[in-house]
Design a protein around this ligand. Structure first.
Ligand code: ZN
Length: 373
C-alpha cells in the first residue's frame, strides 16, 4: 500500500473532451509523485485517529491541498445519526435512555436504527471562518417558537469526518483554540444564557501552512500528531512525471481517475484492514525501550511526542499487516512524529533557572558555613 505507482501507461487512456471537471473531482492519491513523508503521514493519520492528525509544512504550490483532497475516496465508512440531535446507539449504550432524545428512545424501543452507514467526508474549513460559523450556536429565532434550538457549526459537521484547515497559522486565536479543543475532546458545548447545546466532534484534523508566512504558536503546533515537511519534488524526472500526470488529469479527469480506480479501491481496502487490525497491534518490548531512550536523548519534553511516536509505529505495523510494532517501524515514522517537539527556548530557560537555583543554594551554604558572630 505504501508504494507509489509510477506507471506511464495512463496516457494511453487519456483523451481530451472532459475538461472543466477537475475542480470537483479529486486527483487520485496514488498518482501523486514523490512527497513520501506527506503521503505516509496522511495515511497513518487515517488508520489511527489516536495519532492526532497531521500538520503539513511547505511552501505554496507543493500539492498539499491536492494531497488532502485526494484522500476523499480513501476515507472509511462511518455510522451517522439519523436525528438532528445526533443521538446514536453508542450514546444509549454508554449513558442510558437519558442520553438520547425522546424520539430516538421511542425508535430504539421499536427496534428501529438510530444511525445509517455513510462514507466519511472531507470537510474544508473556509478561509476567514469566524467563531460562530465554526462552533455553531443556538438558533434564537427557532428558540422563540420552541422549535429546534441547535444550529450546528462546521465542527459539528466535521464529526466522524476529516477536517482540513489550510493556512492554519493564519487562523484567529479563538477559532484555532475551538478547533483544537474539539479535536482533543471529541465534543464541545455552546452556551447562550440558560440554553446550552453539546455537539459531537470527533474528526481527523489535517492542517497545512507555509512556514514563510509566519509560524504557529508552539502550543498549537504541539497538538498536531505528525508534522510532515513538504519540500517540492527533488529531481527533473519526478517533476516531468508530475507535470505529465497533472496535464493528463486536466485533459480528462474522469478517464484519469478511472485509470487509477482499482488501485484507489485497493488502497482503501488496505486502510480498512489496517484499521481493523490496529486494536490488536502491540509494541514489541524492544520498540518501547528504543523509543523511550530516543525521546530522552533528544530532549523531547512534550508528552504528546511519546504517544504520537508509539501510535504511529502501531499504525505503520498495522498497514504492513503485522500484529507487532518492531523497532524498524520507529525508523519509518520517527521524523514526522518527533520533529519540532523540542523547545530551544525551554532548554535555555531551564538551564538559566538551574544556574540561578544553584547560585541560591550556594549562597545559603556559604552563609551556613560562616561562623556565627
Ligand atoms: Zn435523537
Amino acid at each position: 500500500m505504501l508504494e507509489v505507482a509510477s506507471s506511464k501507461r495512463f496516457l494511453a487512456v487519456v483523451e481530451p473532451g472532459d475538461r472543466g471537471l477537475a475542480e470537483s473531482l479529486p486527483f487520485p492519491f496514488i498518482a501523486m509523485v514523490g512527497e513520501w513523508e506527506m503521503k505516509l503521514s496522511l495515511l497513518l493519520a487515517i488508520i489511527n485517529p489516536a495519532i492526532g492528525g497531521v500538520l503539513l509544512l511547505g511552501p505554496r504550490g507543493t500539492g498539499k491541498t491536492t494531497a488532502v483532497r485526494s484522500l476523499s475516496p480513501l476515507l472509511p465508512d462511518v455510522e451517522r445519526s439519523l436525528c438532528a440531535y445526533g443521538c446514536t446507539t453508542e450514546d444509549f449504550e454508554s449513558g442510558g435512555v437519558d442520553s438520547i432524545c425522546p424520539d430516538c428512545a421511542k425508535k430504539l424501543g421499536l427496534g428501529e436504527p438510530l444511525t445509517f452507514t455513510d462514507r466519511a467526508r472531507l470537510i474544508e474549513l473556509p478561509l476567514h471562518s469566524e467563531l460562530p460559523d465554526v462552533i455553531g450556536g443556538i438558533d434564537e429565532r427557532a428558540a422563540a417558537h420552541q422549535r429546534m434550538l441547535v444550529k450546528p457549526g462546521i465542527l459539528s459537521h466535521a464529526d466522524r469526518n476529516l477536517l482540513y484547515v489550510d493556512e492554519v497559522n493564519l487562523l484567529v486565536r479563538d477559532v484555532a483554540d475551538a478547533i483544537l479543543d474539539a479535536a482533543a475532546q471529541g465534543v464541545y458545548t455552546v452556551r447562550r444564557g440558560p440554553i446550552s447545546a453539546t455537539y459531537r466532534s470527533r474528526f481527523i484534523l489535517v492542517g497545512s501552512m507555509n512556514p514563510e508566512e509566519g509560524m504557529l504558536r508552539p502550543q498549537i503546533a504541539d497538538r498536531f500528531g505528525l508534522r510532515a515537511l513538504v519540500r517540492g519534488l527533488n529531481n527533473s524526472s519526478e517533476r516531468w512525471e508530475a507535470y505529465q500526470r497533472s496535464h493528463a488529469f486536466e485533459l480528462n479527469p474522469r478517464g484519469f481517475i478511472e485509470y487509477y480506480r482499482e488501485t484507489t479501491e485497493s488502497i482503501r481496502e488496505q486502510i480498512l484492514a489496517a484499521r481493523k487490525r490496529l486494536p490488536g497491534v502491540q509494541l514489541a518490548p524492544e520498540t518501547t525501550r528504543l523509543g523511550l531512550e530516543a525521546i530522552q536523548k533528544l530532549g523531547v519534553t512534550s508528552l504528546r511526542g511519546t504517544s504520537v511516536l508509539f501510535e504511529s509505529a502501531r499504525a505503520y505495523a498495522a498497514a504492513d499487516g503485522r500484529d507487532q510494532a518492531d523497532p524498524s517501524d520507529l525508523d519509518a515514522i520517527a521524523v514526522p512524529a518527533l520533529r519540532m517537539r523540542r523547545s530551544v527556548f525551554m532548554d535555555r530557560y531551564a538551564s538559566d533557572q538551574d544556574q540561578e537555583a544553584k547560585a541560591i543554594l550556594e549562597t545559603f551554604m556559604q552563609a551556613g558555613e560562616k561562623p556565627a558572630d
